[in-house]
Write a protein that binds this ligand. Sequence first.
Ligand SMILES: [Zn+2]
Length: 220
Amino acid sequence: MPVTRISRFGLVNAYLVEEDDGLTLIDTMLPRSADAILKAAGGRKIARIALTHAHGDHIGSLDALAEQLPGVEVLISSRDARLLAKDKTLGPEERDGKLRGGYPGAKTRPTREVAAGERVGSLEVVASPGHTPGHVAFLDTRDGTLYCGDAYSTLGGVATTAKVNPRFPLPAAATWHRPTALESAKALRALDPSRLAPGHGKVVDSPAREMDAAIARGAG
Ligand SMILES: [Zn+2]
C-alpha cells in the first residue's frame, strides 16, 4: 500500500489509508489543517478519522473536518476519549505520571471508542500507552505499516518518547509516563513493522535497527 503522508512544515503529520469504502484519516494535525487534508484526499471520501491520542497537534482540525464531512466516523481509545472531552482527571493507577502537553479537547464526540486488538478497516488497534494514558497505534495488516502516533518520532532521528531527544524534544517533553512509553515502544518493535509512519518526522522503511537503537537510548 502506498503511504499518503500529509505534513505541515515537515513537523506534524496525518495519514490517509485506502480502504474499500473510502479513506481512513489517521490524526488531524494542528488547527487550520482541514483544507490541506481535504486537498490531499482529492475528492475521495474520508469514511473515518482514527486518532492515536488526544494531544492538540493530533486533534487540532477534528472539529473543522467533522463539520465538512457529515457522517464521518470518529474513533479514539476510550481512555483518550475522556481527554478529548477535556476531562483531565487521572485514575489512582495513573498518578505516577503527569499529563503534559496540550489537551485542548474538541466539540466532536467519537462515534466509536476502540480497544487493543480491534479492527478499523484493515488497521489493527495496538495499545501503546505512555505518551498519553490511552495512546494507540494502528498496524496495517496488509503490509505491516505501523502508524505509531507519538510512540516514536523520526524527526531528528528515530526516538521513543521515553527519553528526550535533544534534536526534537517535544514528544518526550509532552509524555505522561516515560517507563510505560518505553514498554510500549518495545511492544511496537515486537510487531516487526515494515514501515514506521510517525506523527512527527518522515516515514522510515525497514525501521527495525533504528527502533532497537531508540529503545536502547530510551532505556539509558
Ligand atoms: Zn503527542
